[in-house]
Design a protein around this ligand. Structure first.
Ligand code: HEC
Ligand code: HEC
Length: 195
């Protein structure tokens, strides 16, 4: 009985310390080292071996900022990322996004093609940039698609089409105009694109 109680007290103490360490980190230390926790999923060299994780290094700062804000406010739903985004104080979101955007986009994970855009992807260039490395548009910041992980791209395109990702009405209607096989073809082509 005594043992059990002692253990419970120690456990509560440890959890409290952990929580304190976590909030403390963002408050005091350099943002750069706080962001190290993100690389455990997004990859220490900018690309995770789990291809359902997106590359975020070198993505546009405005785009990253919008996504983190959407995760926080519930505009984009993902349990893990909502709590990760909430752990960053709102006042530090801009700086954190900038640090991530200045990191180099990692080398491609798959064999690359360099000769122009595949047919289906021509229409995407109007917003995502001529070489699909991202651009500012009237519809908001459009992210880099070239060299993004195939599984992640396919998942997001299906999520727009089914309404699971509902933080951009234009992307929803574009993806609803394609069928599942077309979305998967596009995801594969985009992942192999090296500008
Ligand atoms: C436990 C794993 C995990 C950790 C840790 C994590 N992420 Fe993520 N992140 C994900 C997953 C999975 C997604 C895709 C979620 C979805 O489908 O919306 C994602 C998506 C994102 C996106 C959107 C990318 C895009 O192309 O739209 C950004 C930005 C992001 N994460 C930033 C961060 C930052 C900053 C941190 C650290 C504070 C972090 N992540 C920590 C797993 C993680
Ligand atoms: C009218 C402009 C526009 C066009 C055309 C367009 N997009 Fe987008 N796309 C955007 C914007 C803006 C976003 C960012 C949405 C947000 O804020 O979450 C986006 C987001 C995406 C994402 C999410 C990427 C990520 O990192 O999570 C994918 C995938 C995508 N677009 C694929 C495509 C493809 C493929 C095409 C062509 C068939 C296309 N888009 C055409 C504007 C556009």
């Amino acid at each position: 009985m005594r043992d059990w109680r002692t253990k419970a007290v120690i456990r509560t103490f440890c959890l409290a310390m952990l929580a304190m360490t976590f909030t403390h980190a963002w408050a005091d230390s350099a943002l750069e080292s706080d962001l190290a926790q993100c690389w455990s999923c997004h990859g220490k060299e900018g690309r995770s071996s789990d291809r359902t994780m997106p590359v975020i290094w070198g993505q546009g700062a405005d785009y990253i900022m919008k996504q983190l804000t959407d995760y926080r406010d519930g505009g984009r739903e993902n349990q893990i990322m909502s709590s990760m985004a909430e752990s960053i104080p709102r006042a530090k979101l801009g700086e954190a996004s900038k640090i991530i955007s200045l990191k180099p986009w990692p080398a491609s994970a798959v064999p690359t093609i360099k000769e122009g855009l595949p047919d289906l992807a021509q229409a995407c260039a109007a917003c995502h940039g001529a070489d699909l490395t991202g651009a500012q548009t009237d519809a908001g910041p459009a992210p880099r698609l070239a060299g993004q992980n195939e599984l992640y791209l396919a998942e997001q395109m299906h999520a727009f089409a089914t309404g699971l990702r509902a933080n951009h009405a234009v992307m929803t209607s574009i993806m609803r105009n394609l069928d599942g096989a077309q979305r998967e073809d596009l995801a594969r082509q985009l992942a192999h694109l090296e500008p």
